[in-house]
Design a protein around this ligand. Structure first.
Ligand code: NAD
Ligand code: G6P
Ligand code: MN
Ligand code: MN
Length: 433
């Protein structure tokens, strides 16, 4: 019987996770679900935790749902641990979005200066969790979606020395859910291959006769068809000529780099109107937690689809079911490269199409990139390594290097001033600096 633990259990996404377990009740012999939070999150934990209990009961299951602030009690003898916490809560996200905005720069959860600081705040905590796991549940699998998901997964492997980890994101999931219909196909009749790193990957697609259909999907991206862009990303179209040359489908986040000026202008317009995504998320959360308090609600409400991360918890459940049942499902996950992308070091984390087995993710070989994509991915991956090392050591020079490398932060005195201001604003969550 399985003991499942979720750290950051008070998240508004938790009902999707519970729904994902319920859907897979025949594949997962669950006995206990432990939702862990911190005192600041206790109120949310209780509301969403009671909702989780109602969902389990309505499904006729006898699973125990435990709500706790004691992480170590939860981790003891756990089989699967998933992480979905937000260090510093949404207040920290407001700062990640507003402070760069005040310098005329992009404020975003996982890109630019905000993404770097989210990593700085999160890495110490995830390494602490790994330390606890080594002691309390050394055989457990860790499924991480705490952002920046790729960098956090990398830190777990490089610095936590913990290999039983899978990093997840909903962006590939949403692409695979929405694209097939645009070319009149079903997912089961297509072969997808993704390659890159979290929030910076591309993909190619083939049909069941072996014909590549990547360009057919790209063509549809220009006649207004929905391609599965998460709700949090403003839709500026990619340059058609660039995609024609690339012959791959970039992920939604690539537009911050390929249409940097337009994305920045949009972000600054919102900044001027005091409309950041964090504030929008606060509004959606308020709506969701009001619904969750309804004692008659015992299923995931449709309003959860307003969150950018819709479907990621379901992906987590699928990854868990695939590991437990050795299902060999195709999933796009953050895992060690092991040669799948020969343009990147083999002992670092990449986000690629993989087969999920009882021994974890087996990445599928993608091969070399063309020079343009190779240049980008090597810069972005190496920047991630600099960020993680800065997050572990608290080395100011490394933090500055990360800012200078980041393509969304122009190098110069303002970059250094921004770094300094964000270090002060986040002091409470940066013991390493
Ligand atoms: P949230 O603000 O609701 O935070 C979730 C919970 O984490 C809160 O209840 C909070 O109290 C708790 N928490 C904070 N610090 C903690 C700690 N040290 N230990 C345990 N719990 C702690 O966040 P959310 O919007 O649900 O997102 C959660 C995380 O998942 C974020 O890091 C977010 O970026 C990430 N996310 C990832 C994806 C993806 O594609 N990988 C998608 C959506 C969200
Ligand atoms: C998805 C991503 C997450 C991201 C989130 C933001 O785009 O895959 O990694 O950070 O949504 O959603 P939110 O609703 O919090 O803005
Ligand atoms: Mn993501
Ligand atoms: Mn820079």
């Amino acid at each position: 019987a399985l003991k499942m633990v979720t750290i950051g259990g008070g998240s508004s996404y938790t009902p999707e996770l519970i729904e994902g377990y319920i859907k897979r009740q025949d594949q997962l012999p669950i006995k206990e679900i432990w939702l862990v939070d911190i005192p600041e999150g206790e109120k949310k934990l209780n509301i969403v935790g009671n909702m989780a209990k109602r969902m389990v009961k309505a499904a006729g299951l006898d699973w125990e749902v435990h709500l706790t602030l004691d992480r170590r009690e939860a981790l003891k003898d756990a089989d699967f641990v998933s992480t979905q916490f937000r260090v510093g809560l949404l207040e920290a996200r407001v700062k990640d979005e507003r402070i760069p905005g005040s310098y005329g720069l992009l404020g975003q959860e996982t890109n630019g200066a905000g993404g770097i600081f989210k990593a700085f705040r999160t890495v110490p905590i995830i390494l602490d969790i790994v330390k606890d796991m080594k002691e309390l549940c050394p055989d457990a699998w860790l499924i991480n979606f705490t952002n920046p998901s790729g960098m956090i997964t990398e830190a777990i492997q490089q610095y936590g020395k913990w290999d039983k980890v899978i990093g997840l994101c909903n962006v590939p999931v949403m692409a695979m859910m929405n694209e097939p219909a645009t070319i009149g196909k079903e997912l089961k009749d297509l072969t997808y291959k993704f390659a890159g790193i979290d929030h910076f990957h591309w993909h190619r697609v083939w049909d069941n006769s072996g014909k590549e259909v990547t360009m057919d999907i790209i063509n549809k991206m220009y006649d207004g068809s929905e391609t599965g862009l998460p709700k949090n990303i403003f839709d500026v179209k990619f340059f058609r000529e660039q995609l024609n040359q690339m012959k791959m489908i970039p992920c939604g986040y690539h537009r911050y780099y390929y249409r940097q000026t337009e994305m920045l202008n949009h972000s600054l317009e919102e900044f001027d109107q005091n409309k950041t995504r964090a504030q929008e998320v606060m509004r959606i959360e308020h709506e969701l937690f009001t619904l969750y308090q309804d004692p008659n609600l015992d299923h995931k409400p449709k309003q959860l689809a307003e969150r950018g991360g819709a479907h990621y918890s379901d992906a987590a459940c699928e990854a868990i079911a695939s590991i437990y049942g050795d299902k060999k499902t195709h999933m796009v996950v953050s895992t060690l490269n092991r040669g799948a992308l020969p343009d990147l070091p083999s002992d670092h984390t990449v986000e690629v199409s993989s087969i999920i087995t009882a021994s974890g993710a087996l990445p599928l070989t993608f091969g070399h990139f063309q020079p343009a994509e190779r240049g980008w991915i090597q810069l972005m991956k190496n920047m991630e390594l600099v960020i993680d090392e800065a997050a572990v050591t608290g080395d100011y020079g490394l933090a500055l290097q990360a800012f200078i490398m980041n393509p969304l932060i122009p190098s110069g005195q303002a970059a250094k001033d921004l770094l300094d201001e964000m270090l002060v604003a986040n002091k409470k969550y940066l013991p390493q600096f």
